[in-house]
Write a protein that binds this ligand. Structure first.
Ligand SMILES: C[S@@+](CC[C@H](N)C(=O)[O-])C[C@H]1O[C@@H](n2cnc3c(N)ncnc32)[C@H](O)[C@@H]1O
Length: 176
Protein backbone atom coordinates (compact mmCIF):
# COMPACT_ATOMS: atom_id res chain seq x y z
CA UNK A 1 0.00 0.00 0.00
CA UNK A 2 1.29 3.43 -0.76
CA UNK A 3 0.08 6.98 -1.04
CA UNK A 4 1.49 9.12 -3.83
CA UNK A 5 -0.56 12.28 -3.72
CA UNK A 6 -4.02 13.36 -4.74
CA UNK A 7 -5.38 14.36 -8.13
CA UNK A 8 -7.58 17.42 -7.65
CA UNK A 9 -10.58 17.83 -9.93
CA UNK A 10 -9.42 19.34 -13.24
CA UNK A 11 -10.02 23.07 -13.28
CA UNK A 12 -10.77 23.27 -9.54
CA UNK A 13 -10.35 26.72 -8.03
CA UNK A 14 -7.60 27.10 -5.40
CA UNK A 15 -10.25 27.52 -2.69
CA UNK A 16 -11.79 24.18 -3.68
CA UNK A 17 -8.42 22.45 -3.58
CA UNK A 18 -7.63 24.02 -0.21
CA UNK A 19 -10.95 22.81 1.19
CA UNK A 20 -10.23 19.31 -0.16
CA UNK A 21 -6.85 19.28 1.54
CA UNK A 22 -7.86 20.87 4.86
CA UNK A 23 -8.98 17.65 6.60
CA UNK A 24 -5.81 15.74 5.67
CA UNK A 25 -3.31 18.51 6.30
CA UNK A 26 -0.42 17.73 8.67
CA UNK A 27 0.22 19.67 11.85
CA UNK A 28 3.87 20.74 11.41
CA UNK A 29 4.85 24.26 10.37
CA UNK A 30 7.88 25.32 8.34
CA UNK A 31 9.47 28.63 9.31
CA UNK A 32 12.22 30.40 7.35
CA UNK A 33 14.40 33.03 8.95
CA UNK A 34 15.58 35.87 6.72
CA UNK A 35 15.87 33.53 3.76
CA UNK A 36 18.22 35.11 1.23
CA UNK A 37 17.61 32.69 -1.63
CA UNK A 38 14.42 33.16 -3.63
CA UNK A 39 14.84 29.84 -5.37
CA UNK A 40 15.16 28.02 -2.04
CA UNK A 41 12.04 29.70 -0.63
CA UNK A 42 10.07 28.76 -3.74
CA UNK A 43 11.31 25.17 -3.63
CA UNK A 44 10.44 24.91 0.06
CA UNK A 45 6.90 26.15 -0.63
CA UNK A 46 6.59 23.45 -3.26
CA UNK A 47 7.93 20.73 -0.96
CA UNK A 48 5.89 21.95 2.04
CA UNK A 49 2.84 21.62 -0.18
CA UNK A 50 3.80 18.05 -1.11
CA UNK A 51 4.00 17.16 2.57
CA UNK A 52 0.90 19.25 3.38
CA UNK A 53 2.43 21.43 6.06
CA UNK A 54 0.09 23.41 8.30
CA UNK A 55 1.76 26.73 7.44
CA UNK A 56 4.87 28.25 5.95
CA UNK A 57 6.02 31.21 8.01
CA UNK A 58 8.47 33.61 6.41
CA UNK A 59 10.31 35.90 8.80
CA UNK A 60 11.34 39.01 6.93
CA UNK A 61 10.53 40.05 3.41
CA UNK A 62 12.17 37.24 1.45
CA UNK A 63 10.77 36.89 -2.05
CA UNK A 64 10.33 33.54 -3.77
CA UNK A 65 10.49 32.47 -7.40
CA UNK A 66 7.19 31.17 -8.65
CA UNK A 67 9.10 28.91 -11.05
CA UNK A 68 10.47 27.14 -7.98
CA UNK A 69 7.19 27.04 -6.03
CA UNK A 70 5.36 25.82 -9.17
CA UNK A 71 2.31 27.82 -8.09
CA UNK A 72 1.83 25.72 -4.95
CA UNK A 73 1.50 28.86 -2.81
CA UNK A 74 -2.09 28.98 -4.09
CA UNK A 75 -2.87 25.97 -1.93
CA UNK A 76 -0.76 26.87 1.08
CA UNK A 77 -1.05 29.13 4.08
CA UNK A 78 1.86 31.54 3.73
CA UNK A 79 2.30 33.75 6.77
CA UNK A 80 4.68 36.68 6.58
CA UNK A 81 5.95 38.19 9.83
CA UNK A 82 8.14 41.26 10.02
CA UNK A 83 10.64 40.17 12.63
CA UNK A 84 11.62 37.61 15.27
CA UNK A 85 9.27 39.00 17.92
CA UNK A 86 6.30 38.81 15.57
CA UNK A 87 7.34 35.27 14.69
CA UNK A 88 7.51 34.19 18.33
CA UNK A 89 4.12 35.76 18.98
CA UNK A 90 2.65 33.97 15.96
CA UNK A 91 3.87 30.51 17.02
CA UNK A 92 3.36 30.98 20.76
CA UNK A 93 2.13 27.79 22.40
CA UNK A 94 3.58 25.50 19.74
CA UNK A 95 6.86 23.61 20.19
CA UNK A 96 9.69 25.43 18.41
CA UNK A 97 12.50 23.31 16.98
CA UNK A 98 15.41 24.97 15.27
CA UNK A 99 17.15 23.01 12.52
CA UNK A 100 20.81 23.99 12.69
CA UNK A 101 23.83 21.70 12.78
CA UNK A 102 26.25 23.90 14.70
CA UNK A 103 24.08 24.18 17.80
CA UNK A 104 22.43 20.78 17.55
CA UNK A 105 21.22 19.20 20.77
CA UNK A 106 20.30 16.02 18.88
CA UNK A 107 20.28 14.66 15.37
CA UNK A 108 17.28 14.19 13.12
CA UNK A 109 17.35 10.42 13.17
CA UNK A 110 17.63 10.10 16.95
CA UNK A 111 14.60 12.22 17.72
CA UNK A 112 12.08 9.81 19.27
CA UNK A 113 9.12 11.66 17.76
CA UNK A 114 8.11 15.08 16.50
CA UNK A 115 5.76 16.84 18.91
CA UNK A 116 2.27 17.74 17.68
CA UNK A 117 2.15 21.16 16.02
CA UNK A 118 5.94 21.44 15.91
CA UNK A 119 7.37 24.54 14.23
CA UNK A 120 10.54 23.66 12.30
CA UNK A 121 12.71 26.75 11.95
CA UNK A 122 15.41 26.99 9.27
CA UNK A 123 18.07 29.68 8.89
CA UNK A 124 19.36 31.73 6.00
CA UNK A 125 21.96 30.37 3.59
CA UNK A 126 24.54 32.82 4.88
CA UNK A 127 23.93 33.16 8.58
CA UNK A 128 21.88 30.17 9.70
CA UNK A 129 19.37 30.46 12.56
CA UNK A 130 20.39 33.39 14.81
CA UNK A 131 21.50 32.53 18.32
CA UNK A 132 18.67 34.63 19.76
CA UNK A 133 16.14 32.22 18.21
CA UNK A 134 18.24 29.13 18.93
CA UNK A 135 17.92 30.16 22.59
CA UNK A 136 14.12 30.12 22.29
CA UNK A 137 13.96 26.66 20.73
CA UNK A 138 13.06 23.57 22.75
CA UNK A 139 15.34 21.45 20.56
CA UNK A 140 18.00 22.05 17.92
CA UNK A 141 18.22 19.38 15.27
CA UNK A 142 21.24 18.52 13.16
CA UNK A 143 21.07 16.52 9.92
CA UNK A 144 24.01 14.12 9.81
CA UNK A 145 26.31 14.83 6.86
CA UNK A 146 29.68 13.34 5.93
CA UNK A 147 31.56 15.56 3.48
CA UNK A 148 33.85 18.51 4.08
CA UNK A 149 31.14 21.06 3.19
CA UNK A 150 29.85 22.82 6.29
CA UNK A 151 26.15 22.51 5.56
CA UNK A 152 23.41 21.53 3.12
CA UNK A 153 21.56 23.98 0.89
CA UNK A 154 18.56 25.37 2.77
CA UNK A 155 15.94 23.82 0.48
CA UNK A 156 17.57 20.40 0.66
CA UNK A 157 17.79 20.57 4.46
CA UNK A 158 14.10 21.49 4.69
CA UNK A 159 13.21 18.66 2.29
CA UNK A 160 15.16 16.10 4.32
CA UNK A 161 13.45 17.13 7.56
CA UNK A 162 9.97 17.09 6.00
CA UNK A 163 10.71 13.72 4.45
CA UNK A 164 11.79 12.34 7.82
CA UNK A 165 8.59 13.70 9.39
CA UNK A 166 6.58 11.97 6.65
CA UNK A 167 8.59 8.74 6.87
CA UNK A 168 7.58 8.35 10.50
CA UNK A 169 3.93 9.02 9.75
CA UNK A 170 4.06 6.57 6.85
CA UNK A 171 5.84 3.93 8.95
CA UNK A 172 3.04 4.23 11.51
CA UNK A 173 0.65 2.98 8.84
CA UNK A 174 -1.12 6.31 8.32
CA UNK A 175 -1.60 6.75 4.59
CA UNK A 176 -3.24 10.14 4.89
C1 LIG B 1 23.31 26.76 4.12
S1 LIG B 1 22.74 26.51 5.75
C2 LIG B 1 23.42 27.89 6.62
C3 LIG B 1 24.69 27.61 7.21
C4 LIG B 1 25.34 28.84 7.79
N1 LIG B 1 26.19 29.42 6.80
C5 LIG B 1 26.12 28.49 8.98
O1 LIG B 1 27.27 28.24 8.82
O2 LIG B 1 25.53 28.46 10.06
C6 LIG B 1 21.04 27.05 5.64
C7 LIG B 1 20.12 26.40 6.64
O3 LIG B 1 19.91 25.05 6.24
C8 LIG B 1 19.76 24.22 7.39
N2 LIG B 1 20.84 23.24 7.37
C9 LIG B 1 21.75 23.04 6.40
N3 LIG B 1 22.53 22.00 6.68
C10 LIG B 1 22.10 21.49 7.86
C11 LIG B 1 22.50 20.38 8.68
N4 LIG B 1 23.47 19.57 8.33
N5 LIG B 1 21.81 20.17 9.83
C12 LIG B 1 20.80 20.98 10.19
N6 LIG B 1 20.39 22.05 9.45
C13 LIG B 1 21.02 22.29 8.31
C14 LIG B 1 19.81 25.14 8.60
O4 LIG B 1 18.50 25.54 8.96
C15 LIG B 1 20.62 26.32 8.07
O5 LIG B 1 20.36 27.49 8.78
Amino acid sequence: MYHMGLSPPIGAAPEEVRALLAPIRNDFTIALHAADNAFAVGAIIRVAHSFLAREIVIIGDAPYYEKASMGMEKYETLVRVADDEAFLAHVEGRPLWAVEKDHATTDLYSVPSFPPNVVLLFGSERFGVPESLIARAQAVIGIPIYGVNHSLPLAIAAGIVMSEWARRKYASGALL
